[in-house]
Every structure is written in C-alpha cells, then in structure tokens.
Ligand binder design. Structure first.
Ligand code: GLV
Length: 322
C-alpha cells in the first residue's frame, strides 16, 4: 500500500477523493504546519506528499523522505516554497492548482484596490473609535476608479482577470509582461510607462530569484503620488522597508497587501502603524468553492502521481521526457 502524507487538514472535498483510493493516508491535523523536522519524520518513506505553501520542500527534505517519493502535490498555484529544480533532478513531478483560484484572487485584488482607494478599513477604524461626529464635505476623501488608469504587472491568468474586472469600472488598463498577449482592451507597455501613468498598480508575478524585491525603492519612486499599490502575488516580490518609507512620506497614496514576507507578518512590523496600508492574511483564494476546487486538483495530482500517470497540472513536465 502506498504511503501518503498530507501536511494539513485540507477540505474534505479533495481529502475524500484521496481516501477513496488510499484509505490509509496520514494527515497532519494540527492548526500550525509541521516543523521541518516533524514533516521529515512523518513523511519519511512516503510515496506521495500533499503539501501547502507553508511547507518548505527542498532537495534535502525530498532526500530525507526517500527515493520512493513519486509525487509532490501542492494545494496552491504558487510553488516558490518547493525547489522545483531539485524535484526535477530527482525525477519527481510537482503538481499545483492553477485556474480554479483565478477569479477569487482577482476579486481579492479588486476588493483591496477599492478598499485602499476609498479608505474602507481606515474609515471603519475611525467610526469604531467614535470619531464620526457629522457628515463633512472633506472627510476621508479617496480616489476615483472611473477614468483612472490601472497598471497590471504580470499578465497571466490572474492579471488578465483583474483587467477584465477593470473594464466594468471604466478604467484604462495597461500591462507589463513581455511574454503575454493583449486581452480585455489592455495595452502592453514598458514598466516605466506603466509606473508613470498608472493610478493603480496591481502585481501578479510569481516569486522567483528574478522577481525578489522587484517592487523596490526605485520602482516606488517612479509611481504617481496619488497611486495605490496592490500585491496579491507573494510578499517576497516587494521590499517592505522601501514600501514603508514610500507610504510614510506619502510618496504614494496607499498600498494593500494580501501577502507579506514573512507570513504571518510580525505584529511589530512598522507597516502596521500606517493608516494608508491595508494588510490581510493571505486570503486571495479564500472562498469555500475555490478552496474545495484547490483541494480537488491537489488530490487529482497526488493520485495521478501515485498511479504513475501524468499529473493533470504539472509544473515540471520535463520529468516526463527522460
Ligand atoms: C496562493 O497564494 C497560491 O499560490 O495558491
């Protein structure tokens, strides 16, 4: 019987699918993820590993699990927590869950963009603090959407879904992505043009060695002073110290972050002192249906890998060439 380790309790929707074929699976049921040591201990000898973005899976972990490991399936679209090159070198296919979280993540980017522009969280704090004394002509004024320019950085599935939503808000959309084709009336531009012209900038690039701190002091210095920055990609794409300086000095109007580095964000992070920074705990894909579908795709990848079949969503298809 194949041995399977699942690093957290995932929705029953996907878990049941795995159980049907592999009733003896082992699930880490704690609220917090297993430590590296615990993960290795529990996964040692596993044929299949189903992990989350909170588990760092590098070559050393793969070797400790053992040569019999046939598949690594992550219940996430991003795979920056997995050393994919190390998996490929060991002939292990890595699965992810693209597509099913596109709309939920684009909705979250839009929700954050609207909240930052219209100062929703700040004004709610204002109200709860008992500061609402009367309707005032100049109270908590924010930014307009209609007629504004949105710059989308990274024009993959999620970036395009954000551009599609922007059409309904009568926004002009620019995008920067040297590998993508135009869609949803969005216009391709170079990065400097995008930063110079955009009132809203939404980031949708994966975290790689190339995109680490891509949003840095220089990037922020090129944005408009009224601009809102939204990050629903990965925290590591953004230099948080540079962002703090830019927000504090009102170099840009506001930022809204679904992701931080590290996660969770330490409660003493200076970003939490700022009224013009919204931070939520990595909830881009957090709708019931989306998480169910992610668990299903992760289960399907795991099962296919265990059966020696091609993963329906494989991040390193080159493993099948050899
Ligand atoms: C979420 O961030 C994911 O990569 O699925």
């Amino acid at each position: 019987m194949d041995k399977i380790f699942i690093t957290r309790l995932i929705p029953e929707f996907g878990l049941d699918r795995v159980r049907e074929s592999f009733p003896t699976l082992d699930v880490w049921e704690e609220e917090l993820p297993p430590s590296r040591e615990m993960l290795i201990e529990r996964a040692r000898g596993a044929d299949g590993l189903l992990c989350l973005l909170t588990d760092k899976i590098d070559g050393e972990v793969m070797d400790a699990i053992g040569k019999q490991l046939k598949v690594i399936s992550s219940m996430s679209v991003g795979v920056d927590h997995i050393d994919v090159a190390a998996a490929t070198a060991r002939g292990i296919p890595v699965g992810n869950t693209p597509g099913v979280l596109t709309d939920a993540t684009a909705d979250q980017a839009f929700a954050l963009m609207l909240s930052a522009a219209r100062r929703v969280t700040e004004s709610e704090r204002f109200l709860r603090a008992g500061k609402w004394v009367t309707w005032q002509p100049s109270l908590l004024l924010g930014a307009d959407f209609a007629g504004a320019t949105l710059g989308v950085i990274g024009f993959g599935r999620i970036g395009q879904a954000v551009a599609k939503r922007a059409q309904g808000f009568d926004m002009r959309v620019l995008y920067h992505d040297p590998t993508a084709s135009p869609a949803h009336n969005a216009q391709p531009v170079d990065l400097d043009t995008l930063l110079r012209e955009s009132d809203f900038v939404s980031v949708h690039v994966p975290l790689t060695a190339q995109t680490k701190h891509f949003v840095n002091a220089e990037f922020l210095s090129k944005m408009k002073s009224n601009a809102v920055l939204v990050n629903t990609a990965r925290g590591g794409v953004l230099d948080q110290t540079a962002l703090y300086i830019a927000l504090r000095s009102n170099r840009i109007f506001a930022a809204a972050l679904d992701v931080t580095d590290p996660e969770p964000l330490p409660m003493d992070s200076p970003l939490l002192e700022l009224e013009n920074c919204i931070i939520v705990p990595h909830l881009g894909s957090a709708s019931k249906k989306t998480r169910d579908m992610m668990s299903l795709l992760a289960a399907q990848n795991l099962i296919a890998g265990l059966k020696g079949e091609r993963l329906p969503n494989c991040i390193n298809p080159e493993v099948y060439k050899s």
